[in-house]
Design a protein around this ligand. Structure first.
Ligand SMILES: [Mg+2]
Length: 107
């Protein structure tokens, strides 16, 4: 699925509810919440702090939290009229030009 298509699906999902989009700052707070949840999963999976035995763990939880972050970011992009496909392409191009000779290349 392309990000453009994902943005449309997120919009279709949100638009079915009368409440619609939360204000941008509320969605930014939601994004930070999801980044925190992703951080927690990665910390539990790769860091020294283990989860309680009653809690789910595993890489599927990391993937789930990554998708939550992306969903919330796409929500914010929709309401701020950002074409995230275009923005991501521009960012990748920026890094390719800026860091062209920054790192030693694989031979
Ligand atoms: Mg989450």
């Amino acid at each position: 699925m392309h990000l453009h298509e994902a943005q449309k699906k997120v919009h279709k999902y949100i638009s079915q509810f009368k409440v619609g989009y939360f204000p941008p700052l509320a969605n930014l707070a939601r994004l930070m919440e999801e980044v925190g949840e992703l951080s927690r999963e990665i910390n539990h999976h790769h860091g020294p702090k283990t989860k309680k035995s009653s809690e789910d763990c595993g890489e599927e939880k990391i993937a789930e939290e990554m998708a939550d972050v992306l969903f919330t970011l796409l929500t914010l992009a929709n309401q701020l009229d950002v074409d995230i496909d275009k923005a991501l392409c521009e960012t990748i191009n920026k890094y390719q030009k800026r860091d062209q000779s920054r790192w030693e290349k694989v031979e």
